[in-house]
Design a protein around this ligand. Sequence first.
Ligand SMILES: NC(=O)c1ccc[n+]([C@@H]2O[C@H](COP(=O)([O-])OP(=O)(O)OC[C@H]3O[C@@H](n4cnc5c(N)ncnc54)[C@H](OP(=O)(O)O)[C@@H]3O)[C@@H](O)[C@H]2O)c1
Length: 491
Amino acid sequence: MIAAVITERDEKDALNAIKKIKDADLIELRLDYIKNLDDKKLKNLIKNCRKPVIATCRKKSEGGFFSGSENERINILKNAVKLGADYVDIEYSSDKNVIKDIIKNKTKAIVSCHDFKQTPSNLGDIYNNIKKLNPDLIKIVTYANSVTDNFKIFDLIKTANEENKKIIAFCMGSYGQFSRILSAILGSQITYSSIEEGKESADCQLTMNEMVNYYRIKKLNKNTKVVGLIGNPVEHSWSHIIHNSAFDKLNINAVYLKFQVDKLKKFIEYMKPLNLIGFSVTIPHKVEIMMYIDGLDKQAKGIGAVNTLVVKNGKLIGYNTDCPGAIRALKQKTELKNKNAVVLGAGGAARAMVYGLIENKSNVTILNRTVEKAKLLADYFKCDYGSLDDLKDIDYDILINTTSVGMYPKANELPIGKNSIKNNKIVFDMVFNPFKTKLLVEAEKRNCTIINGFEMLIYGALLQFKLWTGKDAPEQLMRQKVMEFLKNASH
Ligand SMILES: NC(=O)c1ccc[n+]([C@@H]2O[C@H](COP(=O)([O-])OP(=O)(O)OC[C@H]3O[C@@H](n4cnc5c(N)ncnc54)[C@H](OP(=O)(O)O)[C@@H]3O)[C@@H](O)[C@H]2O)c1
């Protein structure tokens, strides 16, 4: 079930927010947020919810705003019971007799424990202590300081499932954001969302729109297959929008999540036995990931980097779709054979690009800020190299930016001096955010044919989707979803 959390400070604003809620199964009234709350306001709020209500009045030590006495707080919860709240959330740290009284009522009791700093090592004890009180729901929410903290929470959900206990458990924070969805698939009973951006009640809470429309939370169940992006950071990625819309269109019971991963080896070990179909891999894991997988496709081996993992008979196989994605984007606009191509940058994306260009018989020069890195890559692929300044002296047909220069939020930057962009050439920028980078704007002024990173992103995503599902992805829908996202996003 998905609960919309009301965090308005004023009764009127809360009532307005409640009116707008459509997709939630439950409404959590954060009564500690409401200024000057009295019985009349409480009654009015509960009455107007039109959906099952969770009454919560969080004390400060568990992340709440309630500033009155403990007696006053407990009275609010008891009144909520009398006024017909369907659930009451009471902290395990409250007086145990009060908790027992609340549990006795018809209203369902959620006995909760929150840790806003960490995921403590004694989670099992916390779970067992709450379990002894026999509430309707045990709620344990912690802060993830590493991706591995989520696994402690998932293990707890597994225990609760085995013991037929109803649990709500997930992690807060950017490392824990994916657990707000994955926990629900694994058996956590309620996931919470804000009604809109800026109204979150906890760090990295997703909005109702993201939960319902981007992640399709209402369509997920214990058979849902999992796929997702491994990177660090991952917050600016749109891949979840592209792939989840495609799963929805083709009625595939799968979800694409974003995993912020610090401990890569441990992440792979824990996730592998789950109901997985694969992963996308991005910065900084594209090379290290090769140490933890079971096999490599020939092209990924040649490139020396992996951006896609596919589960085949329980084994993780590495692919690289950056290369064919970039080559397809280029070939929409130009032949590659015998063309002089300059690649700016010598990182992971450059490796994939240079491999593809050489495979297609282009003459390649790699230019990079750190010339030693350009030399290393050029030695590996047996091509020319130099510094970014050398561009002005090179006679090229195709210019490709694989550096991250010009990427949001530094969208006003160029990887090279604008005078080195020559007239009537092909210019491809792998940066896809913003949609048209400064390099492409300058290239257009010089009558160049431009190709943006969005094309490579889409072509790469189509290949990934095929590898994971065996099906052709709905390309137009994927393009439309990204364009919609770009229009609505501030970046
Ligand atoms: N469109 C797509 O589908 C797609 C796919 C993959 C990647 N990309 C994009 O490609 C870009 C690079 O990705 P990557 O994986 O190759 O990253 P990476 O391995 O970290 O390499 C980054 C490259 O950018 C250079 N660079 C960074 N800051 C610079 C600066 N201020 N001035 C000059 N050069 C600078 C680095 O030069 P040094 O060696 O001197 O540090 C290095 O060559 C990113 O923007 C990424 O989003 C797009």
